[in-house]
Write a protein of this length. Sequence first.
Length: 199
Amino acid sequence: MKILVVGASGVVGKAVVANLSQRHHVLQASRSQSPFKVDMTSPTSIRALYEEVGSVDAVVAATGHVKFAPLENMSDADYRIGLNDKLMGQVNLVVLGIPYVASGGSFTLTSGILTDEPILGGTSASMVNGALESFTRAAAIELPRGLRINIVNATVLEEALGRYGEFFAGIEAAPGHRVALAYQRSVEGRQTGQVYYVR
């Protein structure tokens, strides 16, 4: 299969690329550190990415920025970071990608453990993750041509503890290679509208 992985240079993206590239032709995209460039906050940039890579069999979104800060310090602009990037970036990756994904192909999105296990300073992440999971379930019944969509809800990765560990006190991490299996399941399986949990 020809698979587009967006966010390929991140911790999750690297694990997904390592898994899928063993069996498939993987196209790597990210904001600045991959062969294909994309700004997830810009529908124009997402559309240009699809025009550049052409038809694909699957799209994986392993990307999305949100602001972590105490609730009383969060501003409207702070919340819009997550809304414009992680939420609408992934939504637009699906909506704009429909014409480019082959019949029977798939989209795999990324939410995270904060959907179900809130932490201090994580209101934006929890809000955006919940919205993405609802979008996935709803889009699954409307996608044309047998297209599928699933979402991965994983705990924090062991490889990311150095950067995010202080936020996830007491939450067990998982190695990237195990998290990548959920993305493999979505891409290579046949289910749709599913949330794949990795804990």
